[in-house]
Design a binder for this molecule. Structure first.
Ligand code: AMP
Length: 538
């Protein structure tokens, strides 16, 4: 055997050491609940993360113990991202939009021992606390004033730790964190991330043809830290020494735009709903906000309509479309524009940017139909299957999930896709949202994106309703912008040049809002339930 390289575990600890040494003055800015700004440097962050690690170990946390967080995006939450795993614990981020019953299930299932909670989220935690076996409750106090009985203040807890205490040596395959998926059906399922997975994922985030995150960036995650670790951005930012701007509970367009301008944000990340609201505000207030030149807006979680990508280009900001899943840590593909695509002209570039993109290095993908793997021709559809070093190998503590992993070791995403000859992935649907009309599939996602291109439409979701002859036909559920109108006939006329004739919706229902999941995706099961008795006779 030739001797090769050192065995050097890929864990978070060297990243913490490095940011402290190399980028001590880079800032981390957080919006407090009262909207004022809190500022600290990476030197402060590293010291406090080490204190947290030490305090947790002194409080009896053992390797592999789960420490839950119920927090908005802010500096203390990023300290938990490092302090907990660097002490050998497992960071378990709780989704603060869930019902207390679901949180109770998740905390119990994960066997969380400790929890760190924002005081402003106490009204929610209070409903969970009596029903779960948490041993120590640590509260981040934003409001000041007395804390509930039996809890410890976060700052006092940090003070019980010693930043100079050496951190333990960790195995790169040790668990770092866990996150429960926000599935729209069935019980939530836990995904456990290893140190190695998160470190490799961070490299992918920093690749120029990934998200291109660097020390020169200013990164703002609108995506919550409980949603697949804010898409891994806080970890990757520490790797790259990137300034972080954390919006706290204030996720409305005006507060976000204020931070974009004030802190000169260069990369912000969130689901399409957030960007729709921001685009409407920018359009309605020409000249009011000057975004940083070349600002990128990372969009994932749901499809980014082409109209939105074009809309932001008018404001000098580039939408960067990406696809991922909780089970993928979460980044899978990014819609960067491959050399040569420009030769096809502007429309070809927009078409590429509207797709979900090219797979990251180490993310392998294939699309599989009933008859086997489909060709990469941009037309044949199949279920997307993936594998790679940051793809989950199982769900935590769940007996039979063999339906999600194939015998030859691929993860079944439940997304229906095409892959084109240039290797761009395009998501056409979730398997359960597809509309099958006369034996042919209609992509609800594509139809929605076209409808959302109409200037009178704020948002739209398309679901199947039954039809005596075609079995299923599309129903468009449309939310109009304030003061706008759009008749069914006008909608069909608008769509005619854009989609195949048989894709045109049979009916339209005007609704006040599209119901959403706790992570901002369209909750189509709720629409299907609401319109279950609707039959098309068109
Ligand atoms: P989650 O685990 O909550 O992040 O949800 C993952 C799912 O979100 C994927 O399986 C897709 O169905 C959907 N998704 C994520 N990114 C995109 C995207 N860019 N376009 C369309 N759907 C997406």
């Amino acid at each position: 055997m030739l001797s090769t390289m050192m065995q050097f575990p890929l864990t978070l600890t060297p990243l913490l050491d490095r940011v402290e040494r190399i980028f001590p003055h880079v800032e981390m800015v957080s919006r407090r609940p009262d909207t004022s700004l809190h500022r600290q440097t990476y030197a402060d962050f590293a010291r406090r993360s080490r204190q947290l690690a030490s305090a947790l170990r002194r409080a009896g946390m053992q390797p592999g113990d789960r420490v839950a967080t119920l927090m908005w995006n802010h500096h203390a939450h990023v300290e938990a991202y490092f302090g907990i795993p660097c002490a050998g614990g497992v960071l378990h981020t709780l989704n603060l939009r869930l019902h207390p019953d679901d949180l109770t299930y998740i905390v119990t299932h994960a066997e969380d021992r400790f929890v760190i909670v924002d005081d402003v989220l106490w009204p929610l935690w209070e409903k969970v606390a009596p029903r779960v076996a948490i041993e120590k409750t640590i509260v981040v106090s934003w409001k000041g004033g007395p804390l509930p009985e039996g809890v410890i203040d976060y700052e006092a807890f940090l003070a019980s730790g010693d930043a100079s205490e050496p951190l333990p040596t960790l195995d790169e395959n040790a668990p770092l964190g866990m996150c429960y998926t926000s599935g729209t059906t069935g019980k939530p399922k836990g995904v456990v991330y290893s140190h190695r997975a998160i470190v490799l994922h961070s490299f992918a985030v920093c690749l120029t043809d990934g998200l291109g995150l660097s020390n020169r960036d200013v990164m703002l995650p609108v995506v919550p830290q409980f949603h697949a670790n804010a898409w891994g951005l806080p970890f990757a930012s520490v790797m790259a020494g990137t300034k972080q701007v954390l919006p706290g509970p204030h996720l409305d367009a005006a507060n976000l735009l204020d931070l974009f301008v004030r802190e000169q944000v260069t990369l912000a990340a969130g689901v399409p709903t957030v960007w729709m609201a921001i685009l409407q505000t920018l359009d309605a207030n020409p000249g009011k906000y000057t975004l940083t030149k070349g600002m990128r807006m990372l969009v994932g979680g749901s499809a980014a309509p082409e109209s939105m990508i074009r809309g932001f280009d008018r404001h000098g900001a580039a939408i960067l479309h990406a696809w991922g899943m909780t089970e993928l840590s979460p980044l899978g593909t990014v819609a960067t524009v491959k050399k040569g695509i420009e030769d096809g002209g502007e429309d070809a570039v927009y078409a590429a940017r509207s797709k979900q993109g090219l797979p990251s290095p180490f993310v392998e993908m294939r699309a599989v139909s009933d008859t086997g793997e489909v060709p990469w021709d941009g037309a044949a559809q199949g279920e997307l299957q993936v594998r790679g070093p940051w793809v989950a190998a199982s769900y935590y503590g769940t007996e039979d999930t063999s339906d999600r992993w194939t015998e030859d070791g691929w993860f079944r995403t439940g997304d229906v896709v095409t892959i084109d000859k240039d290797a761009y992935l395009k998501l056409t649907d979730r398997t359960k949202d597809l509309i099958k009309s006369g034996g042919e599939w209609i992509s609800s996602v594509e139809l929605e994106n076209e409808i959302m291109g109409h200037p009178a439409v704020a948002e739209a979701a398309v679901i199947a309703i039954s039809h005596p002859k075609w079995v299923e036909r599309p129903l468009a559920c449309v939310v109009l912008k304030p003061g706008q109108s759009l008749s069914f006939e006008e909608l069909r006329e608008f769509l005619k040049p854009r989609v195949a004739a048989w894709w045109l919706p049979d009916l339209v229902e005007y609704v006040d809002a599209i119901p959403r999941t706790s992570t901002g995706k369209f909750l189509k099961s709720a629409l299907r339930e609401r319109f279950k008795d609707l039959v098309s006779n068109a």
